[in-house]
Design a protein around this ligand. Structure first.
Ligand SMILES: NC(=O)c1ccc[n+]([C@@H]2O[C@H](COP(=O)([O-])OP(=O)(O)OC[C@H]3O[C@@H](n4cnc5c(N)ncnc54)[C@H](O)[C@@H]3O)[C@@H](O)[C@H]2O)c1
Length: 246
């Protein structure tokens, strides 16, 4: 029997790319999934006919909306077992640090870091009630290594990795684990919107000489948020075709 049968998950960024693929996998495994994303139309297109999906259009940078939506998920399902934070943006890339626009950097941090902070802060009290939880923040190899040309993105993802380490330790004596994943390049809307020179810079660094696939990301994510992943917390799992060996 699937470890996900009857479990309740929240996935942010569920309307596209990694969040979409992870949500479809969790649904296929018998999970109830609450789908958080700005893109209401895409949520309806992908999940409109899914009985176990709860479509919840919202902006994860608005802490009040996040808190209200998490509360709705709890009222609807009676528990929250899993949170996967996929919503993210790159901001402006292929620029040097002295060219970074302050407002753009703030926006990247608001979505990539603050959004993941707000959602995890909101779900942890419900997970503590059950002494069980699986939180996965999608970070990036950019946060581990720093991609030249991507200051805002790399620094925001390094902050997510830092938060993962702290949260992993803080809840280590409960049944809650908090981990991150650091993918290299996976061809999604996020990557298609980047300058080709920046994408080439990232793809050229992958020893396997190919991009990752959405299926590979969803398989690793599913393991990280499964019951089986019970002795690893505060860790950033690698998904880079050999780029990072730590
Ligand atoms: N694709 C890659 O190569 C890659 C590599 C490393 C890390 N990542 C990370 O994986 C995550 C998913 O990336 P993706 O490639 O699937 O991107 P994507 O652009 O395909 O999907 C991102 C989703 O997040 C949603 N979103 C953005 N801002 C939001 C907000 N404020 N509130 C709610 N939803 C919001 C978008 O509407 C979109 O549906 C991101 O955090 C990204 O940084 C991606």
């Amino acid at each position: 029997m699937s470890t996900f049968k009857g479990k309740v998950a929240i996935v942010t960024g569920a309307a596209s790319g990694l969040g979409l693929t992870i949500s479809l996998k969790l649904l296929a495994e018998g999970c109830f999934v609450a789908l958080f994303d700005l893109n209401k139309n895409a949520l309806h297109t992908w999940f409109g006919s899914e009985a176990n999906a709860q479509i919840m259009p919202l902006d994860i940078t608005k802490s009040k909306s996040v808190n209200a939506s998490v509360e709705t998920v709890f009222q609807t399902f009676g528990r929250i077992d899993i949170l996967v934070n996929c919503a993210g943006i790159t901001g402006i890339t292929n620029i040097k640090s002295h060219e970074v626009n302050d407002e753009n950097l703030r926006k990247v941090f608001e979505i990539n870091f603050m959004g993941s902070f707000y959602t995890s802060k909101a779900v942890i009290p419900y997970m503590l009630k059950e002494n069980y939880g699986r939180i996965l923040h999608i970070a990036s190899i950019a946060g581990k290594e720093g991609n030249a040309g991507m200051l805002a993105y790399s620094a925001s993802k390094a902050a997510v990795i830092g938060m993962t380490k702290v949260q992993g330790k803080e809840y280590a004596e409960t049944g809650i684990t908090v981990n991150a994943m650091a993918p290299a390049v996976i061809r999604t809307a996020l990557v298609e919107a980047m300058p080709e020179a920046q994408v080439k810079y990232m793809a050229d660094k992958i020893p396997m000489k190919r991009c990752g696939t959405l299926e590979e990301a969803a398989n690793l994510a599913a393991y990280i948020v499964s019951d089986e992943n019970s002795f690893t917390t505060g860790f950033t799992f690698d998904l880079t075709g050999g780029r990072a060996t730590y």
